[in-house]
Design a binder for this molecule. Structure first.
Ligand code: ATP
Ligand code: MG
Ligand code: MG
Length: 549
């Protein structure tokens, strides 16, 4: 087999291991619990956990919960469920909020070393004195407070003596630094807010830049992988670790994963949910993990997708068709084949004996599996085929049914169309056909060769179901880069519901985690929300070749 080349992070890790810098590695997946995970997060999960599957070490699941006003336990629970669904196992479930006391101590250490100070400027004033790429910033009048005064003021901030916004803690670096993020960045702000885990214990909260790297260091994370927008933060990440003299975690950046025909930011996905463009975070059209799961995607398919796409150093837009290809590849191997007629046209087999019970034919569940079990298919005198599998005036090379034409009914017999029955308005109401008794699948001695094979169900022994057919949520490849609001590009026809389709009886026992190929229709799975007292199937993805047998 072909040797896959290493990605740039694997190259770094192999070098670190070879040089003995580390014996084993530690990575983490650090979601902020302020929304549901999407496909972008899933690539980060595959990357971080994939590295510690390949190399000695482990991966932590760390909730980056330093912002009390946007975070909720509901999101923590959904994130855990989604990570588990992807089939990876974290070593430790940890929370940045577990480190609040330690982070406070780190801040005190920096104050004592003269590397941090309490500032009374408002956030507007701080922004106004930051300077620009061409202009240095201005020192705050409070920059030279004594260490003792800073220690007292910081303790008072923690004790709740001040209102939100009255004071902040800033790192004392350089207001003329070429990297604007190094111009005395904020470390702590006052926020009298309830936190989903620490409750009302704190009224000061660390900023991302003062929490992330320190949390990595506390956990001995060796390779802290994040997305490209954090490149300018790396200098600050290293500065805090250096000044605190703690375990030197290192930050590495890769390009965010974007997919065509969707958006991939929690903020935008939240808008779609709140403005009811979709039926919740787990709507099967959403690029969330819960949406993919509900739609019938498999974790195996998703991991295969991540492997094929790899990681990049530059932003790119991946064709959603590649994800669909991976899903089809996997479902083709595992899906149970079933026959379902969406838009029925009745066929009466005029030479089929009347009055007998149904003839039970055998159909293999999966032709890809040499040991495939079979299920029983009732064949009866009256059947349904798909209305658009019949044409009264067919073009040349039409292999489906037409007057005088013959087709095979899958797993059953060859039939010939003898008569077309119409109502007073000229609409076709049924077809009268004959069947060839010697042509039964598996024991065909008829010697007749037909080109077309149709799916069918018994008109008298079937069950009904609802199917939901999904299309892309957006009409353009990259809605976020178009002019105006991304929501102007929503595909209004992204959901088609067929409330009654006719299915073979075996589907009565359909289960949530099973996958089905409805012959010639696509891959389907039971909806995990609305299947109560009725069967609701979601189309995961269509078949590549619409006329595959
Ligand atoms: P969003 O911008 O969608 O809100 P985020 O980056 O704010 O996402 P976090 O919860 O902070 O979301 O992300 C957790 C981890 O997932 C981070 O390490 C982040 O870099 C990674 N991640 C998020 N979105 C993507 C993406 N599109 N591609 C790759 N990794 C991503
Ligand atoms: Mg974030
Ligand atoms: Mg974000």
């Amino acid at each position: 087999s072909e040797e896959k080349s290493l990605n740039f992070i694997e190259e770094i890790i192999e070098k670190d291991l070879k040089e003995g810098k580390y014996k084993s590695i530690v990575t983490r997946f650090p979601p902020e619990p302020n929304g549901y995970l999407h496909i972008g997060h899933a690539t980060s999960i595959c990357l971080n956990f994939g590295l510690t599957q390949k190399y000695p070490g482990y991966t932590n699941l760390r909730f980056d919960d330093t912002n009390p006003t946007t975070e909720e336990t509901e999101y923590v629970d959904s994130i855990k469920e989604d990570v588990k669904w992807l089939g990876v196992e974290w070593k430790n479930e940890v929370y940045a909020s577990d480190y609040f006391e330690q982070l406070y101590e780190y801040a005190v250490t920096l104050i004592k070393k003269g590397y941090a100070y309490v500032d009374d400027l408002t956030s507007e004033q701080i922004a106004a004195t930051k300077g620009s790429h061409t202009e240095p910033g201005k020192n705050s009048p409070h920059r030279d407070r004594s260490i003792e005064e800073n220690l007292q003021l910081f303790a008072d901030m923690r004790a709740g003596k001040y209102k939100d916004g009255d004071k902040v803690l800033r790192a004392k670096i350089d207001m003329a630094h070429p990297n604007l993020l190094m111009r005395d960045p904020l470390m702590y702000r006052i926020k009298h807010a309830h936190h989903h885990r620490t409750g009302d214990a704190w009224c000061i909260y660390p900023m991302y830049d003062f929490a992330h790297g320190q949390s990595d260091s506390i956990e001995n994370v060796t390779h802290s992988i994040c997305t490209l927008e954090f490149v300018p933060h790396r200098e600050l990440y290293d500065w805090f670790i250096d000044k605190l003299e703690i375990f030197p975690s290192h930050q590495y950046e890769f390009a965010r994963r974007n997919l065509t025909y969707t958006v991939m930011s929690k903020r935008k996905l939240k808008q779609l949910v709140e403005e009811k463009h979709v039926d919740g975070w787990d709507d099967p059209r959403m690029p969330t993990i819960s949406g993919m799961r509900r739609r019938g995607y498999t974790p195996e398919a998703f991991r295969d997708f991540c492997d094929r796409v790899g990681i990049a150093k530059r932003e790119n837009l991946i064709d959603v068709g590649l994800l669909e290809f991976c899903v089809r590849e996997h479902l083709n191997k595992i899906a149970l084949r079933r026959m379902v007629v969406f838009d029925p046209l009745k066929v009466v087999i005029t030479n089929y004996p009347e009055g007998n019970g149904p003839e039970l034919l055998q159909g293999e569940d999966n032709p890809e599996d040499p040991n495939s079990p079979t299920r029983e298919l009732p064949f009866t005198r009256e059947l349904f085929i798909e209305r658009d599998d019949f044409l009264e005036n067919p073009p040349k090379k039409y292999f489906r049914l037409f007057p005088g034409g013959m087709v095979r009914l899958k797993f059953a017999y060859i039939i010939k169309c003898e008569d077309v029955v119409k109502d007073a308005d000229g609409n076709i109401t049924e077809l009268h056909c004959t069947y060839i008794p010697e042509s039964r699948s598996g024991s065909d001695t008829s010697g007749i060769n037909v080109k077309g094979t149709l799916h069918w169900v018994s008109a008298t022994n079937n069950i009904t179901a609802e199917v939901r057919l999904y299309d892309r949520l957006f009409k353009v490849e990259d809605p976020s880069s178009e002019e105006g609001d991304f929501k102007d590009y929503i595909n209004e026809a992204s959901l088609e519901v067929l409330s009654t389709v006719y299915a073979e009886p075996a589907l009565k026992n359909a289960r949530i985690n099973e996958r089905y190929q409805f012959l010639r229709k696509g891959y389907f799975t039971l909806d995990n929300k609305d299947t109560y007292g009725r069967l609701v199937f979601n189309r995961t993805v269509g078949l590549k070749d619409a006329w595959a047998k």
